[in-house]
Design a protein around this ligand. Structure first.
Ligand code: EPU
Length: 421
């Protein structure tokens, strides 16, 4: 197994290229199941999760290949199989995004029920509720969700859950509704930029979707979708992670290709901490002074502060001059990084879905265990500024969502190496 070794203390300076968003690329790849002809996707990051989605799609009869320029070409070659098995779904939750497209195009979707994961319990009741409202019959068969329909029909669907909207449930229902007779109106739809990107891709294929980016999405069903070319939107979570890397090292970085308009809550909170964030020529520039103000943050669905940057922000606030409070309103158990940060000398106290962060003067290097994708990113950020050497084990988590993170950080001055255990 591989690990990262980081010697903390270097100031980051220079430009970092931001990739296409993982959470946009994965549902768009799944949407290729709906399309007749070839789908060409540009700016698809080279990540373990993307390769995993390619494996799943190939089992489902979709040929997926990169060309010499890195564009991903997808084409349905065989529509017989509609079963996403446990072995694949258990490795990546985003596999659930094939459910809607399979149901819409093949009239049957059998998808292993994803379990909980390191960030907590993650039900899919809203996905099933939405697809049933479109006319699918639902059964649980040997731990698989089995959805079948002779004919689907547009409907009014409310997709709000106990924690607000659901990103991938909105994606599943919206994708299905593109090929369903009549009008579907999704209320309490997710507004994330990745949903907007998916809708723009589907519209370019011939779908008729309106209202994406707002909580009410309307889809007029069409008879078929045809292939198109699409460039995946910039990854706001990758950009936010490097923004915090710049801030925590008192650095000066430019995030090339990052979209400020998708990061307003993050920018607002970081500016309150004292980070200087400006629109740059090629993206966003970030610089920081040594002094960090404490703040209160609550994670919320977009446009609120994203849960996918909660752990990284916590690493920064460990060094603020006073007490900060982070409340997690999307995944109340997403705090596996708390114990690891405390091992580096942080003063964090968890009380239910809230963590109280008493700022300390410095963090110290330690042996750490990565537990999930974003928690791992937070440990790297802490390692960049910690005194001495930090070793982070089980880094396969980070390769799921950050393309060459150690190379990008080293190129702007970090002392980070990938080693074998
Ligand atoms: N929820 C339900 N029922 C459902 C679905 C969701 O109660 O049927 C709850 C969840 O338990 C959670 C909340 O609704 O409390 C929101 O979850 P959501 O469904 O929006 O999450 P997701 O679609 O499974 C996506 C991202 C996650 C990101 C969340 C929240 C993808 C592939 N994944 O997950 O990304 O944290 O939205 O923004 O888009 C990551 O990239 O590290 C990651 C975990």
């Amino acid at each position: 197994m591989e690990l990262f070794e980081i010697v903390g203390g270097n100031r980051l300076k220079g430009a970092i290229e931001i990739n296409g968003a993982k959470n946009s690329a994965l549902p768009i790849m799944a949407a290729s199941i709906l399309v007749d002809g070839e789908t060409v996707l540009r700016n698809v990051p080279d990540l373990a999760d993307v390769r995993q989605m390619q494996v799943l799609l190939s089992r489902l009869g979709v040929k997926a290949q990169r060309d010499a320029e890195g564009a991903l070409h997808l084409r349905v070659e065989d529509e017989m199989n509609a079963h996403a098995e446990y072995e694949l779904v258990s490795k990546m939750r985003a596999s659930v995004c094939v459910m809607g497209p399979l149901l819409a195009k093949r009239k049957r979707a059998q998808v292993s029920m994803p379990g909980g994961c390191a960030i907590g319990s993650r039900p899919i009741d809203l996905h099933i509720q939405g697809l049933r409202a479109l006319g699918a019959d639902f059964e649980l068969v040997n731990g698989d969700v089995l959805l079948r329909a002779k004919k689907l029909k547009g409907a009014d669907i409310f997709l709000g859950g106990p924690f607000g909207s659901s990103v991938t449930a909105t994606a599943n229902v919206m994708m299905t509704a593109t090929l369903v007779e009549g009008r579907t109106v999704i209320a309490s739809a997710a507004c994330e930029p990745e949903i907007t990107d998916l809708a723009e891709f589907l519209n370019a294929c011939g779908a008729r979707i309106l209202g994406h980016g707002t909580p009410e999405i309307t889809v007029e069903g069409v008879d078929g979708l045809t292939g198109t070319e699409h460039t995946v939107v910039a990854d706001r979570i990758e950009a936010g992670t490097y923004m915090i890397a710049g801030a925590i090292t008192n650095g000066d970085v430019e995030l090339q290709g990052a979209r400020l308009e998708h990061m307003q809550a993050v920018v607002d909170r970081l500016r309150r901490v004292g980070v200087i964030i400006e629109r740059g020529e090629k993206g966003i520039t970030v610089s920081s002074s040594r002094h960090l103000e404490p703040i209160d943050v609550t994670t919320q669905p977009y446009p609120g502060f994203p849960t996918d940057l909660q752990a990284q922000l916590m690493a920064l606030l460990c060094l603020a001059d006073g007490n900060s409070v982070i409340t997690e309103k999307i995944f109340p158990d997403r705090f596996l990084h708390v114990g690891e940060l405390n091992r580096m000398g942080a003063h964090l106290r968890k009380e239910g879905p809230t963590v109280i962060i008493e700022g300390v003067k410095r963090l110290v290097g330690a042996q750490l265990m990565a537990s999930d994708l974003r928690a791992s990113a937070a440990l790297i950020l802490a390692g960049l500024i910690a005194k001495g050497t930090t070793r982070i084990h089980r880094i396969y988590h980070i390769d799921r969502g950050y393309q060459h993170i150690e190379k990008k950080l080293a190129a702007v001055g970090a002392n980070i190496r990938r080693l074998n255990e």
